[in-house]
Design a protein around this ligand. Structure first.
Ligand code: PLP
Length: 364
């Protein structure tokens, strides 16, 4: 006789955290590459919130296990949105209130969604004079941590758990593809490119890793400028970026990402935001130019919904001059990260940590 409900472990995909991971893989080819050539896109937009559900859960779980995050304590983090969704999910799964510090560039729909998921959204009003919005958000996080005793900040830019969170993603790719020659990732905190490439390199020592950044981002040694593209890029130097892993970096401009996002939408249905467009532009070029048998994997961090008022809005794009011309078929090439300031799709095959460049060499 059973006196209560049977004590069984539910199958993974019926729990909230079990919905994260095991995302689909799609073959992308024409029109981004000729027939018979293409790349594999890992569709992280199929996670409940996007790619950052993985580090959101993992960083919280590791901090709880270490005792850095006490039961019920507040989580406070700076985010441009996607990690906010992951932390809102982790807060719900593990019972923590969540405060997300963001800036006026966050899409109103994201603020509403994060609020609906129970997070408090705190918007900074002014950029930091030299460190931009990102530094302003980080300063506000420090202030809020002081107001909430026992609160904890994951510090996604420097927390190694933000990279190890992606071991499952790497193993999913390896299981699905068997062999990978080239990995293409966008870079913001550096988390997913570092985490996936370190695991894949152990399996495939010849792996080439191609980083994708936005123009106006400091991550790979360019000067900080105001940026339209969000998710990828930074106005600081995140320590999670695994510079030693990259064979080359590409900087992409917003109009080039918009064109690629729209091409993807009309040809493959699967598309996404700024980082997806930028990654697909670069992965398509690699598929066109590398030997046809090269196996290329690209990470698409999210889906298109968040970008209906930007990337997919003709008025927004026209107002920002983003619909003027399709991207050039080839990137420009520079020999050093700081050779010149880049404003269109450009690549550099000599990647170093910009903080190791001598002061005189860092662009003003
Ligand atoms: C949509 C999107 N794409 C790309 C990235 C960059 O990923 P990472 O921070 O792992 O470098 C982020 C990071 O927030 C993101 O939100």
């Amino acid at each position: 006789m059973h006196s209560s409900a049977p004590d069984v472990t539910p199958p993974a995909r019926t729990t909230l955290s079990g919905l994260v991971g095991n995302t689909p893989l799609l073959r992308v080819c024409e029109p981004l590459s000729p027939a018979g050539r293409g790349f594999w896109a890992k569709l992280e937009g199929f996670n409940p919130g996007g790619i950052k559900d993985r580090p959101g859960l993992h960083m919280v779980e590791r901090a709880r296990a270490r005792g850095d995050l006490e039961p019920g304590a507040r989580i406070i983090e700076s985010t441009s949105g996607t990690l906010g969704l992951g932390l809102a999910l982790a807060g719900m799964v593990h019972g923590h209130p969540v405060t997300l510090v963001t800036d006026p560039g966050l899409e109103p729909s994201m603020t509403r969604l994060l609020t609906a998921y129970g997070a408090q959204v705190d918007v900074v009003s002014e950029p930091h004079p030299t460190g931009g919005w990102q530094q302003a958000r980080r300063d506000r996080v420090t202030e809020l941590l002081g107001h909430h005793p026992g609160s904890w900040c994951p510090d996604q830019y420097n927390n190694p758990d933000n990279t190890t969170a992606y071991t499952p993603l790497a193993l999913e790719l390896a299981t699905e593809l068997g062999h990978i020659d080239v990995l293409v990732c966008s870079v913001g905190t550096g988390g997913h490119s570092a985490g996936v490439s370190r695991v894949l390199r152990q399996l495939y020592p010849e792996l080439k890793v191609v980083g994708v950044d936005t123009v106006g981002s400091t991550i790979f040694g360019q000067p900080a400028r105001p940026r339209l593209m969000r998710g990828l890029g930074s106005s600081i130097y995140p320590r999670n970026v695994a510079y030693e892993q990259f064979s080359e970096v590409h900087w992409v401009a917003p109009g080039e990402a918009v064109w690629t996002c729209r091409q993807l939408a009309s040809s493959h249905y699967a598309t996404g935001g700024w980082s997806v467009g930028a990654v697909a532009l670069v992965a398509g070029w690699l598929a066109r130019t590398l030997p046809p048998q090269t196996r290329i994997a690209a990470v698409f961090p999210d889906g298109p919904q968040r970008y209906l008022g930007t990337v997919y809005d003709d008025d927004y794009c026209a107002a920002h001059g983003l619909l003027d011309a399709p991207p050039a078929p080839e990137p420009d090439t520079i020999g050093r990260l700081d050779e010149k300031e880049v404003t269109r799709w450009t690549r550099c095959a000599a990647v170093v940590d910009p903080l190791t460049l001598t002061r005189a060499e860092v662009p003003a």
